[in-house]
Design a protein around this ligand. Structure first.
Ligand SMILES: [Zn+2]
Ligand SMILES: [Zn+2]
Ligand SMILES: [Zn+2]
Length: 172
């Protein structure tokens, strides 16, 4: 390949529009399936432009519960595994601790933080679950996170996260 051809190739690659999560859906589905298998969870993977980055939703109180990890198709989250782990930890933190019937035996402080409250569920209990998820999956931790409790629990850097497409800080 001549220098000029290399240059043209480089310029073409530069001008290629960035791929969205949905363009990479096969990769998302593959990674999602692997993680669900390892964590023995059955959260479905769904696309929703109503979610900023991602979210875990419980649909009803039936047993076994039906729930989903929603991902914004227009986003371009670089590493799907970290988002899926984040949402899976919400599932584990709520279901493993409170049970499907959300049996409120725990302290009211714990109920509040894990189910929303001051941290939107990003509490120390959730962070500990997330660290545990990485351990179970034998997966490398991210280098940084925007979630304070996770940064503390995993001993990684805290850094704000700016999704490239909608420009706003995501809330899962
Ligand atoms: Zn779930
Ligand atoms: Zn909590
Ligand atoms: Zn979250």
């Amino acid at each position: 390949m001549s220098a000029i051809e290399r240059m043209i190739g480089y310029l073409l690659a530069m001008s290629e529009p960035e791929k969205t999560n949905y363009d990479r859906r096969e990769e998302w589905h593959r990674i999602h399936a692997e993680i669900m298998d390892k964590l023995d969870l059955s959260c479905k993977l769904e696309w929703s432009s109503h979610t900023k980055v991602g979210a875990h939703v419980f649909r009803d109180e039936s047993s076994p519960c039906t729930c989903a990890i929603k991902v914004n198709p227009e986003g371009n989250f670089f590493a799907p595994q970290h988002l899926i782990m984040h949402e899976a930890a919400h599932h584990r933190n709520v279901i493993n601790k409170f049970g499907v019937e959300l049996d409120f035996d725990l302290s009211s402080i714990e109920q509040q933080c894990c189910l929303g409250g001051w941290s939107s569920g990003h509490c120390p209990h959730w962070a500990a679950e997330l660290v545990e998820c990485y351990r179970i999956c034998d997966m490398e931790l991210p280098r940084s996170t925007q979630f304070h409790e996770f940064a503390k629990a995993a001993h990684i850097e805290w850094k704000p996260f700016y999704p490239a497409i909608d420009g706003s800080v995501g809330r899962e």
